[in-house]
Design a protein around this ligand. Sequence first.
Ligand code: DGY
Length: 311
Amino acid sequence: MPIDILQLCPLMPSLEAELASRYTVHRWFEADDQPAFLKENAANIRGAVTGGHVGIANALADVLPNLEIVAINGVGFDKVDLERARKHGIRVSNTPDVLTADVADLAIGLIIAQARQMALADAHVRTGDWPKAELGLGTRVSGRRTGIFGLGRIGKAIARRLEGFDAEIAYCGRVRQDVPYGYCATLEELARNCDVLIIAAAASAKTYHAVNAGVIDALGPKGVLVNVARGSLVDEKALVTALREGRLGGAALDVFENEPHAPEELFAMKNVVFAPHIGSATHETRKAMADLVLANLAAHFEGETLPTPVV
Ligand code: DGY
């Protein structure tokens, strides 16, 4: 009997092809008439594949009576109700580790792009402005005081890279015994004592809007906020207001509260750089993530231990 899988978002083509060769895949995000789809297929669905930023809504999980596993193509599991999954005996897997290096690389790239005006510099050459006008000066990257909120796998990988930039590194969040960095008990204290604040903590009810107006003011008019975690960790309204009023020096953002949208008020600001949630978006990493998604599904349906379980 073929196993029915619900696909909740677009995935890389090779993963979609592999899934289709192993399972009966239903593309939920393309279903024109979702109620009719559910009426016909809900009872058959045994697995769901989704993105970390998409997860699965309880309202949908509630109408899939035979759902056994949610395989997340991503490390974040904030969009899956783990409590509910435990209660209903639904297994959840994610793709940790394989994307750590890429997300850390992107954080460094964003810091440099913001400080050295890379997007503006690129446009300056392409538009033919170079012979007509000076671009203006950026800010030195090396030796900056850098704060990291969340020194987990990704936070640590960012810190290791920053050591190469002679950065003075401090962090807050869970205390780590195995790191040579300064510790701040609160995010506000960390922000007060750094030039660049990098958000690398997991999203949860506890970290929702952790970067609030107080933290942004502590970072101040010379400070830069970098977010490679989740948009929900930052109070975006407070961020926009602070940038508009010149109370924050700049921002480099890969994630947003209302994806796939970034706040339009920031588009004209030269001290802000954007990326469209591409932390893990390299061929190498997406292939490794795809392999983990397939391995978790296969292990589950063959009755084996999941390689990377969350629940
Ligand atoms: C992740 O892996 O959680 C990424 O942010 C994609 O959702």
